[in-house]
Design a protein around this ligand. Sequence first.
Ligand SMILES: Cc1cc2nc3c(=O)[nH]c(=O)nc-3n(C[C@H](O)[C@H](O)[C@H](O)COP(=O)(O)OP(=O)(O)OC[C@H]3O[C@@H](n4cnc5c(N)ncnc54)[C@H](O)[C@@H]3O)c2cc1C
Length: 315
Amino acid sequence: MPILKIQKNISLAPLTTFKIGGPAKYFVEVSDEEALLEALQFAKENNLEIFVLGGGSNILISDDGFDGLVIKIQDARYKIQENKIEVSAGASLSSVVNLAMQNSLSGLEWASGIPGTVGGAIRGNAGIPLGCMADNAESVEVIKVQPLVSQRLNLRKSECKFAYRNSIFKENKDLIIISAVLKLEKGDQEEINNKIKEIIKKRSDTVHPNPKKPSSGSFFKNPKVENQELINRFEKDTGQKAIDSKIPAGWLIDEVGLRGKKIGGAAVSEKHANFVVNVGNAKAQDIVMLSSVIKMKVRDELGVQLQEEVQYVGF
Ligand SMILES: Cc1cc2nc3c(=O)[nH]c(=O)nc-3n(C[C@H](O)[C@H](O)[C@H](O)COP(=O)(O)OP(=O)(O)OC[C@H]3O[C@@H](n4cnc5c(N)ncnc54)[C@H](O)[C@@H]3O)c2cc1C
């Protein structure tokens, strides 16, 4: 029986890629299912709201922190069987990309360079235009948090309701991912490795801000646009197709002239306009205000409503 180390008043900023946010009232790291169940029991007994933390790379924590129990999923376990990898939720996505490459398994190269854990990636159906978690996930093991006894469930891919940056896990806060089976295919190790290097280079050349400017990745989802004139303008300007009538949020933000816009310690990245960056001791409030300005300007000038991809926690 593991002994849970529940800590009080733990600063969350260092546990996020934004490096922003106040403390967790209670905080615990869990490295297996038993510890997770114990943590859930503690929350129930003390009537605490829970927040499950992975790599902290898709969230903005409020300056007041989180007034409940933050459960950090910390486990990293892998099992390879032929062309499948079973991986625990706390493993980093990049460690699975590497493991797949080392075992000449192809199909996960698209995920190279995306920070965070497997659990966080499954929940948000993380991806890029080349691929997303839904392409690889075969099944997902979860703990369903229930008032009486929490239950372990195995969901097949078809039950996960994956969609663009969405899944059943995003819709249901009571589902905590504990592991997933990812399906890949046999490939050539050198080719896989070259592809990984190519993707990482492209990301660092064109997307990722300087590591000294922390962020939470793409701040807004790419919206579906109805205005055909705007779609034509985007396609003519970039030479790209607006697949499913979706236009990159970064292009829209650029169109309204907000690249580089600063409020307090928050700024729109100079490198990629859909990245909001912390340029020095930003408060969560600075990020929220900048986000409001972006949404208002894009709505007023282009008639498009942006929606945050980054999740606000503790607001
Ligand atoms: C520089 C940078 C580049 C990025 N590029 C991309 C990209 O190309 N594509 C992309 O899709 N994303 C990208 N992101 C965003 C982010 O990396 C992904 O969304 C990532 O999958 C989030 O995983 P995480 O473990 O960090 O989740 P967290 O930020 O810790 O959590 C996000 C949400 O998932 C929930 N969660 C976490 N673990 C679990 C679990 N085990 N069970 C249930 N819920 C859970 C949390 O409660 C929270 O609601 C980028 C981020 C950065 C900083």
